[in-house]
Ligand binder design. Structure first.
Ligand code: AMP
Ligand code: GLY
Length: 426
């Protein structure tokens, strides 16, 4: 089969790397791809959001199945348009992608179906939002309703800060994504990501994972797209997994089906593990990045049949096997990220790093130019490793990091610390 993957991050490199191993794949393409994806797939210079060009390309290459990585094409209806053109794809239609595309929609669904999530209100004007904040405890969380590239959530500590944030969002800080806002109660606890595949009916849980969102060691500093991750996540005990499936995932899948907008694809629940059990912080309608990198590293089954069964409604027939070891990814980002950073700096030592046993290098913001790999984005590499324990996977990943020569980049030095502390590993 001819497969097209949409996207250009570490997540899409991991998906291409996993799909490349499938005996079912004849030709593998990625639009637009990156410098590392070019090693496993043919990269085509089409933006992930250019629906017309994607459909044209699929027809010209007789693409059998499209795997969509990022949220924006899903929210703008790529799956719907592919379907109308007779092309099968992995991911939810726009009406179901609203679970990520509109925080207000997601929160209303939770309220209607008793799904545990922080108390909230939706606002379309600043005065009402400020009046509400005046009556609430602090800290409180202010969110732009729409997609804001992971930046639309602000935890405020004072009422003045809340009022300023409300004004900034309504003044267009996040463009159209901030036409409406959600204000919600702050939840304390440890965060975890939980992923399931669903064809709209059957739910197939994937392995657990946890990411490190903050830019600095000890989970300090501003939030990023994710500076590292590991799988499995010890915080997700069997009890926590069951509670998440029963109280959060099942009612959501059922509600989406009953609305006539069944969710098909990967449903990613961002959770806060609180004293009262798991609370839903947000839904994403795609794989997490970098979590996808550790999930693909641990997946022992062929990924393609699982993705196709998700799209075809035959997920009940699929069983997935996972390697028992831990996988851990350390993200290397350009100096300055998540703020401003330099582009087109040279990265060396990638081949040496990739030769280290149990190490896989996934690329995010890179491109190949005249035989060199250049950094082009904020998050640039995902140095991924397998190990018998979290500690061993961590050691392996950092030996990969140390082999890479990139003075213009940095990484956290403590990815996995929560799991190591929890497990009491040596
Ligand atoms: P989201 O994009 O909704 O996942 O939010 C991004 C990050 O903001 C989350 O991963 C949490 O770290 C934090 N966050 C969002 N909502 C809350 C909340 N209600 N309480 C505490 N932290 C939150
Ligand atoms: N790692 C978080 C995300 O993909 O949204």
């Amino acid at each position: 089969m001819n497969i097209l993957v949409i996207g250009s991050g570490g997540r899409e490199h991991a998906l291409c790397w996993a799909l490349k191993k499938s005996p079912l794949v004849t030709q593998l393409f990625c639009a637009p791809g990156n410098g590392g994806i070019a090693e496993v797939a043919e990269c085509v210079a089409i933006s992930a959001e250019d629906i017309e060009a994607i459909i044209k390309f699929c027809k010209s290459k007789a693409i059998d199945f499209v795997v969509i990585g990022p949220e924006v094409p899903l929210v703008i209806g790529l799956v719907d348009d592919l379907e109308a053109a007779g092309i099968r794809s992995f991911g939810p239609r726009a009406a179901a992608a609203a679970l990520e595309g509109s925080k207000g929609f997601m929160k209303d669904l939770c309220r209607e179906h008793g799904i545990p999530t922080a108390a909230y209100r939706r606002f379309a004007d600043a005065a009402a939002a400020k009046a509400y904040v005046a009556t609430q405890d602090l800290p409180i969380v202010v969110k732009a309703d729409g997609l804001a590239a992971g930046k639309g959530v602000i935890i405020v500590q004072t009422r003045d800060e809340a009022n300023e944030t409300i004004d900034d969002i309504f003044d267009g800080m996040f463009g159209g994504a901030g036409a409406e806002i959600v204000i919600e109660q702050f939840l304390a606890g440890e965060e975890a990501s939980f992923f399931v595949l669903t064809d709209g009916e059957t739910i197939l849980p994937l392995a657990t994972a946890q990411d490190h969102k903050a830019v600095g060691d000890g989970d300090t500093g501003p939030n990023t797209g994710g500076m590292g991750a590991y799988s499995p996540a010890p915080v997700m005990t069997d009890e926590m997994i069951n509670a998440t499936i029963e109280r959060i995932i099942k009612p959501t899948v059922k509600a989406m089906k009953e609305r006539g907008t069944p969710f098909t694809g990967v449903l990613y629940a961002g959770l806060m593990i609180t004293d009262e059990g798991p609370q839903l912080i947000e839904y994403n309608v795609r794989f997490g990045d970098p979590e996808c990198q550790v999930l693909c590293a641990r997946m022992a089954s062929d990924l393609l049949p699982a993705l196709m069964a998700t799209a075809n409604g035959s997920l009940a027939d699929i069983r997935l096997e996972w390697r028992e070891e831990t996988a851990l990814v350390v993200v290397m980002a350009a100096n300055g990220y998540p703020g401003n950073y330099e582009k087109n700096t040279v990265i060396e030592g990638l081949d040496e790093a990739a030769r280290i046993k149990d190490v896989i290098i996934f690329h995010a913001g890179t491109k190949q130019q005249e035989g060199k790999i250049l950094a082009t984005g904020g998050r640039v590499l995902g140095v991924t490793a397998i190990g018998k324990t979290v500690k061993q996977a961590q050691k392996n990943a950092y030996s990969g990091v140390h082999a890479i020569r990139w003075p213009d980049g940095f990484c956290r030095s403590d990815i996995g610390w929560r799991a190591i502390n929890r497990g009491g590993e040596e």
